[in-house]
Design a protein around this ligand. Structure first.
Ligand code: FES
Length: 164
């Protein structure tokens, strides 16, 4: 672990009654440095939390804003859970895949967009919904997706991702 990460880990651990509680903010810190959660970050996080790398990886895998590989500048995540599916998420997903030219989990060759279909985004009453970096969009139709896409493509830099 680098001295900077060790200092950050110690600072975060001091905020919580258990070191393991600092794992997610620590991984967010690492992601802000590296662009995604590297195996080194998992290893460092496990060391900090006093758990195995496998357990740290398992915990991290639950969070859709912790990326396991490099992502694009714009990360578009569309909900695939029940309320959204009942209100047209499958049509929206098919439209988004076609417009972006990406399958679920892929990043464009130019590094501009990553597309993901994710579990419930906790906005079920405004389904179907999507998240673009840290922004939520509700009641999204294919036509609204096209409008959003124009907005995102013109935006540089994109909405920042969480640092911690
Ligand atoms: S089911 Fe889509 S936000 Fe909950």
């Amino acid at each position: 672990m680098t001295p900077e990460r060790r200092a950050r880990a110690e600072e975060l651990i001091a905020r919580y009654p258990q070191a393991q509680s600092a794992l997610i903010p620590f991984l967010q810190f690492c992601q802000a440095q590296d662009g995604y959660v590297t195996e080194q970050a998992i290893s460092d996080g496990a060391e900090m939390a006093g758990i195995t790398p496998a357990k740290a990886r398992s915990i991290a895998s639950f969070y859709s804003l912790l990326f396991k590989e490099p992502v694009g500048k714009h990360v578009v995540q569309i909900c695939r859970t029940l309320s959204c599916m009942l209100r047209g998420a499958d049509e929206l997903q098919a439209h988004a895949r076609k417009r972006l030219g990406l399958r679920n989990g892929e990043t464009s060759a130019d590094g501009a967009f990553t597309y993901e279909e994710v579990e419930c985004l906790a906005a079920c009453d405004r389904a179907p919904c999507l998240q673009h970096n840290l922004e939520f969009h509700y009641d999204v139709t294919p036509a609204e997706f096209d409008r959003l896409l124009e907005t995102w493509a013109a935006r540089d830099p994109a909405t920042t991702m969480p640092a911690e």
